[in-house]
Design a protein around this ligand. Structure first.
Ligand code: SF4
Length: 360
């Protein structure tokens, strides 16, 4: 075994970190952990991981649950496409694989939301297959260990395969060792090379290029959109609508609104969108909240307004409230917590639920 692979395994064995999914052997639990860990800090995801698995303990339960239930359990974690894909993939696993996740990376990659990294992680960690799993941490470690000027995906994959080939039968622990080394020691800024188990093998350390590896990924400046939306009141209830299942924040609920067009104020945009989207005529009353939020590909400034219903819209049920799941619908503020909303709405919803916002 190469020195680097042997040292990594020894280091990982001695100080295995408490990471959700790491001590798991159930492929389903490993899968959920890997999907949640994408774009989310371990400390943030840990409580979600426990409660998600409490609610959906196996693939069958997840597949049999409604998308609404899954999105509600995911609410606050962001990147909701992950939850939608997990739900769809669970159904496929039940239909096509008898409720058992396939072991081969190529088969895993055919499931919604499972890319090369997640397929490699599940295949190697849950099934011991010799598959690489190159995430951002592993990319950084390998770029430094081999002093790569251009760490292309193909080059990274072949180097990871080489290391795995020397760690016979221990692909899972080796992948996990690389990930943990990247998150705890070989960090983006100020790596702790003095504590690193592979310092003796590290070409970037030897050549003094650690701070240049890996080269920064070029990011275009994110476009910005102004959004106007309205909390339309009708006799103490508010109007909410569900976003289309596909696309950004798909399946989540929202206060109706949309992009501010040139020459429009946010309040005008809110009134127009409510009319165009839902056929509701409303009178804008006063600002309710302003939220700045960054998504993966753009930033928004959301301006929410209280508004008074004038005419149109979904059926009005004065008694008993709306059926959960109908969109659009009127709901009492106290019931808003039953619906999954994007993070940008959470502040105003908390105030509405507590009765801190005036009912218009
Ligand atoms: S020696 Fe430093 S740069 Fe090289 S792998 Fe270890 S922590 Fe990273």
């Amino acid at each position: 075994m190469s020195h680097a692979a042997a040292r990594l395994l020894q280091w990982f064995g001695a100080r295995r970190r408490e990471v959700p999914g790491r001590s798991e052997t159930d492929p389903y639990r490993i899968w959920v952990a890997e999907v949640m860990a994408q774009q989310t800090r371990i400390s943030t995801m840990t409580p979600y991981y426990e409660s998600f698995l409490g609610r959906f303990p196996d693939v069958e339960t997840l597949a049999a649950s409604s998308l609404d239930e899954v999105l509600k359990a995911w609410e606050g974690l962001g990147y909701y496409g992950r939850a939608r894909n997990l739900h769809r993939a669970a159904a496929e696993v039940c239909e096509r694989h008898g409720g058992r996740l396939p072991a081969e990376a190529a088969e895993l990659r055919e499931l919604p939301g499972i890319g090369p990294y997640t397929a490699g992680a599940i295949s190697s960690i849950a099934f011991g297959r010799p598959e690489p799993a190159v995430d951002g941490n592993v990319r950084r470690v390998l770029s430094r260990l081999y002093d790569l000027e251009r760490p292309t995906p193909a080059r990274l994959e072949s180097l990871a395969r080489e290391l795995i080939g020397r760690a016979t039968g221990a692909a899972g622990p080796l992948n996990q060792a690389l990930m943990d080394l990247g998150s705890s020691i070989c960090t983006p800024r100020s790596p702790k090379c003095g504590d690193c188990p592979v310092a003796a093998d590290c070409l970037a350390l030897e050549r003094g290029t650690v701070s240049e590896r890996p080269p920064p990924r070029r990011r275009a400046a994110l476009p910005h959109h102004d959004i106007g939306a309205a909390i339309v009141w009708r006799e103490g209830s508010v109007l909410i609508a569900r976003r289309p299942a596909e696309g950004l924040l798909g399946g989540l609920w929202e206060f109706p609104g949309g992009k501010v067009e040139p020459g429009e104020t946010p309040a005008q945009a809110a009134r127009r969108e409510v009319r165009e989207e839902l056929g509701v005529v409303a009178e804008i009353l006063e600002p309710a909240d302003t939220v700045r939020h960054a998504y993966s590909h753009f930033r928004i400034t959301l301006r929410l307004f209280h508004a008074r219903w004038v005419s149109g819209g979904p059926p009005w049920k004065a008694e008993g409230g709306p059926e959960h799941g109908e969109s659009p619908c009127w709901t009492r503020p106290a019931d808003l917590s039953r619906y999954a909303f994007p993070a940008a709405n959470h502040g105003v919803i908390a105030r509405l639920v507590q009765g801190l916002e005036p009912a218009h």
